[in-house]
Design a binder for this molecule. Sequence first.
Ligand code: BES
Ligand code: ZN
Ligand code: ZN
Length: 505
Amino acid sequence: MKNEMLHNLIPLNHTKVAEGDTLLTLFFQNDKKEIPSNSQSQTEIQDLIKNGVFSGTAKTTSFIRASYIDQLNILVAGLGVKSDSTPEIARQTGAFVYNKITAEKVNELGIDVDALVKSAGKELASVTLGAFLEGFYLASYSFDKYKSVQKPAGKLKLVSLVSNDKKNDGWIKNLIEKTLITADCTFLTRDFSNEPSNIGTPTYYANTIAKIAKQYGIKCKIMGDAECKKEKMNLFLCVGEGSAQESKVVILEYTPKAAAKSAKTISLVGKGVTFDSGGISIKPSMKMEDMKHDMTGAATMLGATLMAARLGSKNKIVTLLGFAENMPGQNAVQPGNIITTRSGKTVEIINTDAEGRLVLADVLHLAQDYNPEVIVDSATLTGACTVALGKLASALFSNDSKLADQILDASEQTEEHLWELPLWDEYYEDIKSNYADMMNSANDGAGGTIRGAIFLKQFIKEGQKWAHVDLANRAYDQGYLPYNPRKGSSGVYVRTFAEFVMNYR
Ligand code: BES
Ligand code: ZN
Ligand code: ZN
């Protein structure tokens, strides 16, 4: 849910934070007591240090409530040793500070920008503050619209970046804008992913996206069953045959204002399985409720598209999202069925639970009609992804090493880890079919994540640069990072894909 105070992040440029407010100083380990711009902060932080309560260790906070009416509450947060500092430390510190001020019921928070600049210099200060704010706002997310009694709203009404130096105005404004767009787009991805599938149907997502696209001047086309049939997208359609819900493909086209000749077209593609019961190859009931998140690839690409568009990407973006519900039913596709795909290649369905690749194969094929320079897809494709990589990094595949590097560069910038796995054609042997060109899964579970990727590769034409990210292991329940919700969607890789689009040359 959108947080109310989100829109109140404004630079106030006042010399003094109003009485009763809280002033935050971000403090590197071994910073001097003169660093805080405010004399009360200087004294109180000095006392904390003297008493061994606070030393600037990374991710620690201390709060001192004002004892007099005309004093400020003092909050100090540690960023660790300056030479070891990373944006991720600041990002996590931002999340801890958010939790702290919520617990302390702070009304208004001022952040001492001048102190940070004095300590770190403008460059490091702006990177640190940007990451700090990102973590702070990302941590403010909650999904509680279905609670009959809402949690009492936090008291925080205003967050101000406080500086007495006019020279800071420009970069502070940019930072604020980027932070609010990042949070807004990540929250949209999280909201979509968390939506239960009785509300979050393909039609719901398609219609909601159409409204949002209109708001930002992005072209939106929706294809239903009839249009998909006309496009011979039988593999995509077979996933939704057992469901009462109509499948939808949503196509978004963002064109930058005054597009330069050098503008490239990037296609983003996402798996949008609104509920994955497994179909006829039905899943065990344990944790089946998590399969409402099986449209997170689509939600991620939507968030990234909006983020890049709102940040003024110079590149064109064509985003194709394939929404379908995978259910057992009278008309459901069955193991042994053979389907002719949009590409003309044939697929023998071995396991109806390997449905994400069926959605993506036809949608990836359609994406190539737009002549994109590169295509990047993301999907909660395989449980094997968690076996291979645990929770820290999702799997990246690409048929082009430069493209892989560009995506890895973006992920280094955002500090959302990705790890490349091989896409050697020899793996294709594993999924060749006796009766059709290929099977949608093999009979043993070896290399499941790679097999998913190698299946998708069969639908990429010669010379088309393409990358695939299997984010099944990181889509939800990523609370080990303090800026993620403990339960539910993480919104991971929205920032990375947006960064990739922004930087692509
Ligand atoms: N949606 C699942 C993958 C998944 C599993 C996502 C756990 C998030 C958490 C996907 O459609 C699936 O069921 N894949 C099968 C493939 C297998 C049948 C080849 C899997 O991973 O078991
Ligand atoms: Zn499945
Ligand atoms: Zn699935």
